[in-house]
Each structure stands twice: as C-alpha cells, then as structure tokens.
Design a protein around this ligand. Structure first.
Ligand code: AMP
Ligand code: MG
Length: 401
C-alpha cells in the first residue's frame, strides 16, 4: 500500500488541470487562481514623495556652522503635481505629497521650530531622509504574480496599487456533492428508528467553496445503484464529484460499483488512519470523482488529504501543507502501523505550539470537532508519544501555499 505522500503524488498526476481562463474585475478576483502573469501597469511609488509631514529642502542649503534656518516658501500637498523649490528656501510638505523639484530631503515637523516665516532646522539632518523613491516598491512591467497563485485580500491591495483593474483567472471548478445512505435524513425532520442526521453534505460544500470551487448540492441518495446512476447522468457538467458513504468493504459498495460502470476507478489506498479506502477516478475526459468514506471524521480527513490537494492542483495552484513541530500536552499510546491523524487542539504557550489530543477519536464522533484546529500526525512506526514529547502537527485553516 502507498504512503500518503506517494498516494497524493499519484493522485495529482491523474488530475486534468483546467485550461480555460476568463477575465474578471478586480472586485471579483478574491480567492481566484491567476491564469497569466500579472504585470504592474505603473511604478510604485509613482513619483518621489514624502514619507512624513514636515519640510522639504535641499540639504546643500544647510551647512554646518551656518544659520540652520530657511525661509518658508510654499507647500506641497497630496494630489497635486510637484512644485519647484526655490533655492535657499524650504517648502511645507505632507505625507504622500510629491517631492518638489530641487529638494532632496524632508525634515519631520516634530524636529523644527518656526520663527515667523523662517523654519529652524536641527544640526543632524540626514540628506535624503524621509523620501519614498519612485519605483522602490515595484516598477511598471514587473511580474507581480505568476499563474496558479490564489489571490488574497493582500494581493487585491497590491494589484489595486499596480493599476490592475481586471485579472485573468482560471475558471472555477464545479463540484457536485452527494451523500449516500438509506439511514440519512436532513436535520429538520424527526428521526425514525434507525435513521441518523446527514452531516457531511453541507460541510463538504463549504470546504469546496473555501477552495474557490463552485459546489452544487446533489442531495442524499439511497443505497440504490439506479438512483445514483441517474444522478450521475449529467456528470459531464462537473469537474469533480464528491460522494460520501457506500465505499467501505461489507457495505453495499454501491458507489464504487456505479463509478466503475460509468467511469474508470484509480483506487488509492494509503496507509492512513482514519480513512478507509477512498475511491478516486474519472468519468469521461474531465470529471474527477472522489468517493469518500461516510463516517464524518474519515470524510473530513480524507477531504483534507486528497480532495483539497486535487482541487488546488486542478486550478494550477501549489499544494503545501507543512508539518510543524509542537510539544505534546498529554500522551497517546497506540499500535504502530499506519500514519495517523489525531484530532487535536493546538494552543500557544510562551510562543511555542502545544498540541493536545482531543478525547473521542472515533471516526463517528463529531463533538471533538468543535475544538479541532489541527491534527497530530503520527508516522507509521510510531507507537505514540509521552507528555512533553515533540510531535508533528498539521494546522487546519492556515494557508502556506
Ligand atoms: P459508509 O461509509 O456508508 O459505510 O458509512 C459509514 C458510517 O458513516 C455509517 O455509520 C453511516 O451511517 C455514517 N454515514 C455515512 N454517510 C453519512 C453522512 N452523510 N452523514 C452522517 N453519517 C454518515
Ligand atoms: Mg452507507
């Protein structure tokens, strides 16, 4: 059986990446994946300007030993073209206002004294101080982003400053989410004996949306191959189909059976826990499918380990989920064998990460998810750890890509 890394690599190699892009206004670009290098339209700063409120002068006009005073003559304020500094004078200037021609230095207003219409400067002026130079941040034509970058709020600020109003982005993946199981009913309906509330569908949709994907609710289907087959008739409209349930051994195995009929299954078994076999494959030229296990925790973990990298890769993004070190609060014992993902609460103590395993690691138990903000990752050969040991952790909700 493959290790997780091998299974992920094999999976990514099978993904047919999106090749169609569209231009969207910057306002709609948050969370989208860049499809072409984005180049700055302007220099930033666009012109030499003052970093502070103060007085602009030519440092050559102040000589040690001489009277460190210059007559005040004019003002440079924001939004106006640069003026001209008359030799032997100083000009009032504000943060962001253009540096007047002939000036090379700004002295902050806290450091001067005004005597009628003369400004008295301190002796220790640094020529060139408090000036933001044109292009010191970036230049027009610089490639600010490469394809595959997913745009954050910070990126929108940078793109705005670079004068970019429209961004070529990859089309969003469309994903159909289906829950399977005769026992499942939606919350809001009273439970009959033997029934349980369906809890994977909505969470899976939201996880998909958080990855920039358009998620469509395919509802819950019974453990009946015909119903599922009917639902998958329009599979070609989707880039991904994500189901939960119906893949475990001894089950009706209906999901695998139907996928095998209408598509090609590449079955990935990784030596991981939780995560019973996850079926992965493709229907037609471009519809990838994942049949995740039904147990809510197994479904969540396999989503994070398989579906998430697949979707990021599909959009040409770079999947990265670095494992960090943390100090274990409390110990955990087990039999070595599979790589294991323990639901954990990560906190910070004196600046260091501390990880505590949550009580209730059964893959049917949802209450510990309230506290879960990461996993403690046990390597295959680990038989557990003791209180205070260094453990490997995976953070959820922190993007390192
Ligand atoms: P399965 O993978 O279909 O064998 O299901 C494994 C376990 O997960 C069973 O206890 C199911 O009742 C439960 N289960 C399956 N799908 C869901 C779901 N969508 N929501 C909540 N529990 C589920
Ligand atoms: Mg089932």
């Amino acid at each position: 059986m493959l290790t997780l890394k091998e299974a992920q690599a094999a999976l990514l190699a099978r993904i047919i990446q999106v090749d169609s892009a569209q231009n969207v206004p910057l306002q709609a670009a948050h969370g989208r994946y860049v499809a072409q290098a984005l180049r700055a339209a302007v220099d930033n700063p666009a012109f030499d300007n003052s970093a502070m409120d103060g007085y602009a002068l030519d440092s050559a006009d102040l000589r040690a030993g001489a009277d460190l005073a210059l007559p005040l003559n004019g003002e440079s304020s924001c939004g106006n073209p640069p003026g001209v500094l008359q030799p032997g004078t100083t000009m009032r200037i504000f943060t962001g206002a253009p540096l007047p021609q002939g000036a090379d230095t700004v002295v902050i207003q806290e450091n001067i004294k005004q005597q009628e219409d003369r400004i008295l400067f301190p002796a220790n002026i640094t020529p060139g101080a408090h000036i933001r130079r044109r292009g010191e941040d970036f230049h027009a034509g610089d490639a600010l982003y490469q394809p595959g970058r997913r745009l954050t709020a910070f990126d929108l600020a940078l793109l705005s400053s670079a004068g970019i109003a429209e961004v070529p982005v990859y089309r969003r993946a469309r994903a159909l989410v289906i829950a399977t199981g005769d026992e499942l009913v939606a919350p809001g309906t009273p439970l009959k004996p033997g029934q349980i509330y369906e809890s994977n569908q909505l969470a899976t949709q939201v996880l998909l949306q958080q990855l920039g994907t358009e998620a469509v609710n395919g509802g819950t289907v019974n453990d009946d191959p015909d119903t599922l087959r009917d639902l998958l008739n329009d599979a070609a409209d989707y880039d991904f189909i994500v189901t939960s349930g119906g893949v475990s051994v001894g089950d009706y195995d209906l999901v695998k059976q139907v996928f095998a009929e209408i598509g090609e299954i590449h079955f990935w078994k990784a030596r991981i826990k939780p995560g019973k076999p996850v079926a992965f494959g493709r229907i037609g030229p471009r519809t990838h499918f994942f049949a995740l296990p039904g147990n809510p925790v197994s479904s969540l973990v396999t989503f994070k380990l398989f579906v998430e990298p697949a979707l990021i890769h599909w959009h040409h993004g770079r999947y990265q989920r670095p494992e960090l070190k943390a100090t274990a609060a409390g110990g955990f014992k087990r039999r070595a064998g599979r790589m294991e993902f323990l639901r954990a609460r990560l906190t910070v103590r004196d600046g260091d990460l501390v990880a505590a395993t949550l009580a209730g690691q059964g893959s049917h138990m949802l209450a510990p998810l309230r506290e879960t903000n990461g996993f403690i990752v046990l390597p295959e050969d680990s038989s557990g750890y003791g209180d205070g040991d260094t453990v490997t952790v995976m953070l959820l909700g922190v993007d390192f890509s």
